[in-house]
Ligand binder design. Sequence first.
Ligand SMILES: [Zn+2]
Length: 64
Amino acid sequence: MSKAHRGKGVRELVKSGRGVCPLCKRTAIKVVFEQEFDGKKAVICKQCKSAVAKGKMKEAIAAL
Ligand SMILES: [Zn+2]
């Protein structure tokens, strides 16, 4: 069950899991990480997941 977001696992997703991240608005980025914000679930990119874990991106989360 490891590496669920790499290789074969991600290739079966639509466009290999790529799209626009709702937080950073980057396009053509892998948007595969589920994150809950105050009960709301969003799928975000790796960079945002890391930023959220460090307590950043609060404004972007509020705009979701
Ligand atoms: Zn992002």
